[in-house]
Design a protein around this ligand. Structure first.
Ligand code: TXA
Ligand code: MG
Length: 309
């Protein structure tokens, strides 16, 4: 396995059907050519990912989106402020050969990460890539953790700036009549509303079959039990706990105080991963009260706390 900071080398590996881990502005992705189904299936095996959960396809420019998915040109132009960026569009698939776990739709995203874009621009096909993490575990946002967990399991790791946002992209479905907000992320529901006035939140329950297969799986969870707190008097110190939030008791084996929601989002997964490495049993996470990132963070915290309870 190679570790390289050269996007051209990473692109050459992808063209040769190899598996490459690369940074994006959200989290690390583990990718292969979307035209090479054998390589795509290898990603599922490495991650332990359920085979019906489709992968996001990454491309190098907004202009290339209509080559792969059906989208109204005006609608695409109106979303230009978010692309490149942490926004994934689910569209009706235009190219039958693209890997999409048997669905007639594809998720397309143009990452806002310079090195990643340089790599993507060198390859003439989309790169299918889920987040680089073992299925169900927290996504990775630090190169050390990527090397720790995936070293030797993939062909190349592209080394560059670590993800600055720290949470996975927002996912919206534009393949049906009404646009649907499926996964909260840095691009908030309210940010999109002026551009997609008909946008609805997906309010599915467990019984309904989710429009995004990934939503039925447990996600983002460290081995430790995740407990959400509002105020620090709810924290019950013991000899193996960690805490992250705006206020902490400072008594944890790991105590991380954040100043902003942006910092909270950027640090959360790395904190989960570090806590697991230290064998911590309980992670207290303060509930974000307000702000644009609240939905995105709370969604992850709630999934993590449900998975571990
Ligand atoms: O920020 C991100 O989105 C990162 C980076 C690497 O780009 N990727 C990521 O991929 O989080 P993943 O696979 O962990 O999450 C993709 C989500 C899943 O919930 C999946 O079910 C959904 O997008 N998805 C992908 N293609 C879809 C499709 N055709 N229809 C419905 N949902 C889809
Ligand atoms: Mg994922």
């Amino acid at each position: 396995m190679r570790i390289s900071d050269d996007p051209h080398e990473a692109a050459a590996y992808l063209k040769a059907g190899k598996i490459v881990i690369f940074p994006t502005e959200t989290v690390y992705g583990i990718g292969a050519s979307a035209l090479d189904h054998t390589a795509c299936r290898k990603i599922y095996a490495i991650k332990g990912r359920p085979s019906d959960n489709p992968l996001i396809l990454h491309i190098g420019s907004r202009e290339a989106i209509p080559s792969f998915g059906e989208i109204d040109k005006k609608e695409l132009l109106s979303l230009a402020p978010f692309i490149p960026g942490p926004l994934t569009l689910i569209l009706k698939k235009k190219v039958a050969e693209l890997f999409s776990a048997q669905l007639k739709t594809v998720g397309l995203r143009v990452p806002a990460h310079e090195l990643c874009l340089e790599m993507l621009k060198q390859v003439p096909f989309p790169i299918a890539a889920p987040s680089a993490n073992l299925s169900g575990r927290p996504s990775l946002t630090r190169i050390e953790d990527v090397i720790d967990i995936f070293g030797g399991k993939v062909d190349l790791i592209l080394k560059g700036e670590d993800p600055i946002l720290g949470l996975e992209s927002t996912v919206i479905d534009l393949s049906e009549d009404l646009p649907l907000y499926l996964r909260a992320g840095m691009v908030g529901f309210d940010d999109l509303l002026p551009f997609l006035p008909n946008l609805k939140r997906w309010k599915g329950d467990e019984k309904e079959s989710p429009p995004s297969p990934g939503m039925k799986y447990r996600h983002y969870a460290p081995h430790a039990k995740v407990i959400i707190y509002q105020t620090i008097d709810e924290i019950m110190p013991n000899d193996s706990f960690a805490e992250i939030g705006f206020e902490t008791t400072k008594k944890g084996l790991l105590s991380k105080e954040v100043l902003t929601l942006t910092e909270y989002a950027r640090e959360l997964y790395a904190f989960f991963t570090l806590s697991d490495k230290r064998g911590i049993k309980e992670i207290y996470c303060q509930e974000p009260r307000e702000g644009a990132l609240r939905d995105a963070l709370l969604e992850r915290l709630q999934k993590a706390s449900r998975a571990s309870s």
